[in-house]
Design a protein. Structure first.
Length: 87
């Protein structure tokens, strides 16, 4: 991820945090919460999209049978029922 993209994500996340703080405050004009909520949803979707992009780029470096490194795409493992109950 380039530095500019990282900054975009960080700025969006900071804005989202500020919106949450404003929405949690009790001193808002009646017309402001819906606008803040819409902006929060937009920022949340942007941040989620960036995180998904990064997740797709993550690769695992594993050793093959001869001990040589090989690269595989990271895939999230699904939990078995026993693992889910343990959480």
């Amino acid at each position: 991820m380039t530095r500019a993209r990282t900054n975009d994500f960080e700025k969006a996340f900071q804005q989202l945090e500020k919106i949450v703080q404003r929405l949690e405050s009790e001193e808002l004009p009646l017309d402001e919460p819906p606008q803040l909520f819409e902006e929060g949803i937009r920022l949340s979707r942007f941040c989620n999209q960036k995180l998904e992009e990064v997740e797709k780029k993550i690769e695992l470096i594993l050793a093959d049978a001869k001990g040589q490194p090989r690269v595989e795409a990271f895939e999230e493992e699904e939990l078995t029922e026993d693992e889910e109950r343990a959480e």
